[in-house]
Design a protein around this ligand. Structure first.
Ligand code: CMC
Length: 389
């Protein structure tokens, strides 16, 4: 068939060109549209970064305020969607609720489904950015049995999201600026990461000319797995297990090195970063600052630091170039903010949304795009005749 290479996990094969994000895994470099992640995290807002990733350049002040206003105007969900959320079990994982909700958007908003129509694409972009956080908060409220709140469009993107999650009908909610700034920073750090599994999924689904809601819903499902976005939840589960079992950090590391079934150091290792993950460095700084500002003392943070210390000095991890990734410290911060563990990957999804949209749009605008269709090497039986019985 002319097939020359077999590449499990796409370790060596580029499936596309892209101008959005640059990574040098050996040097620990990550840039959004050329801007170093450290500078973006320090100076930008989430929506400003979203504009940069999606449209290619920084927005002017009026472009940004227009974008922000359009997103605020689209935060309301169709009322019937409440019945949709109401029909799901209260103990469903919020990631499953979220991907189902995003799929359902294509049933309610049929005027924005055509990937070839720029007005549809623009409308779907704004609707997703506006509605995903609201649906995520619904998933949270549902899981704790509280009433859904309506979005408060006098608030910024992040503050509105915090109020939808932590406000209730009985009290006036005041945003804590420490939490707001820290969450904005974490969301920015998650906004794009070139051809990771969920973004590649969004592209593959989109390459069939499926609509943006359908493509993003697929991306959310890809993100759910513990080797990808689900790692932030898995890290906290791991830290809590170490605390509760009393086995001690060193013993846990031994079990990882012995490759006991199902035992990995979650939040460690990365397909592209073989020196350090620049996002992890920024997250670790935030973890200390946020917990201190909130007056939270969490023994899980101490366990995480001890784990990192032991692993970084151990030959097993050194030889394999395994370092903490972005997910290692995020969970401890989200927990201090008050999010339940099962919401952590949902927060990753909100962060990653602009990247998914940017890649989907870049792919649709590229005249060289073809339907994604990997090859295989057939290892089954040679031709044989059906037995005559
Ligand atoms: N703990 C223990 N051993 C590990 C780990 C780990 N976290 N990660 C990799 N290894 C070992 C692995 O067993 C293998 O050893 P050997 O050569 O003896 O067989 C070697 O390191 C290479 O690993 P790999 O599985 O071939 O590496 P990969 O590039 O296919 O996988 C990864 C990358 C991120 C899936 C993996 O490192 C992992 O499972 N990490 C834990 C989950 C995690 O934190 N995921 C979040 C990634 S960052 C956020 C995101 O973008 O989603």
């Amino acid at each position: 068939t002319g097939l020359t290479s077999l590449d499990y996990g796409f370790v060596n094969t580029a499936a596309t060109k892209s101008a959005i994000t640059y990574i040098d895994g050996d040097a620990g470099i990550l840039r959004y549209r050329g801007y170093p992640i450290e500078q973006v995290a320090k100076n930008a807002t989430f929506l400003e970064t979203a504009w940069l990733l999606i449209y290619g350049e920084l927005p002017t002040a009026s472009e940004l305020s227009d974008f922000d206003n359009r997103i605020r105007r689209h935060t309301l969900l169709h009322e019937d969607l409440k019945k949709f959320f109401g029909a799901l079990p209260h103990d469903a994982h919020p990631m499953s609720v979220l991907s189902s909700g995003v799929s359902a958007l294509s049933t309610y908003y049929q005027d924005s489904l055509n990937p070839k129509n720029p007005e549809h694409v623009e409308l779907a972009t704004v609707r997703l950015l506006a509605k995903l956080p609201v649906m995520a908060a619904y998933a949270h409220k549902k899981s704790i049995g509280q009433a859904f709140l309506y979005p408060d469009n006098s608030l910024s993107f992040v503050d509105n999201f915090l109020k939808l999650n932590f406000g209730n009908l009985a009290e006036i909610y005041e945003v804590n600026p420490v939490v707001s700034q820290a969450l904005e920073r974490l969301l920015i750090l998650h906004e794009d990461h070139e051809q990771n599994a969920s973004t590649s999924t969004v592209r593959l689904v989109g390459s069939t000319e499926a609509n943006l809601f359908a493509s993003v819903s697929a991306g959310i499902n890809a993100l759910f797995g513990p080797l990808h976005g689900g790692a932030n939840e898995a890290v906290l589960t791991m830290l809590a297990e170490i605390r509760d079992s009393g086995e001690g950090v060193a013993r846990y590391v031994e079990r990882v090195k012995n490759k006991e079934a199902g035992v990995r150091l979650m939040g460690f290792g990365h397909r592209v970063y073989k020196n350090y993950d620049p996002r992890a460095k920024l997250v670790k700084e935030s973890a200390d600052a946020v917990l201190e500002a909130l007056g939270v003392q969490d023994p899980l943070l101490d366990i995480a630091k001890e784990l990192e210390q032991i692993a970084l000095e151990d030959d097993y991890f050194k030889e394999r170039k395994l370092y903490p990734n972005v997910d290692f410290y995020t969970g401890v911060i989200y927990k201090a903010m008050g999010f339940p563990t099962r919401m952590f990957t949902v927060l990753f999804a909100i962060g990653r949304l602009p990247g998914w949209i940017g890649h989907w749009r870049e792919m649709n605008e590229d005249p060289q795009t073809k339907i994604g269709r990997p090859q295989q090497l057939y290892t089954g039986s040679v031709e044989r005749d059906w037995p005559v019985r």
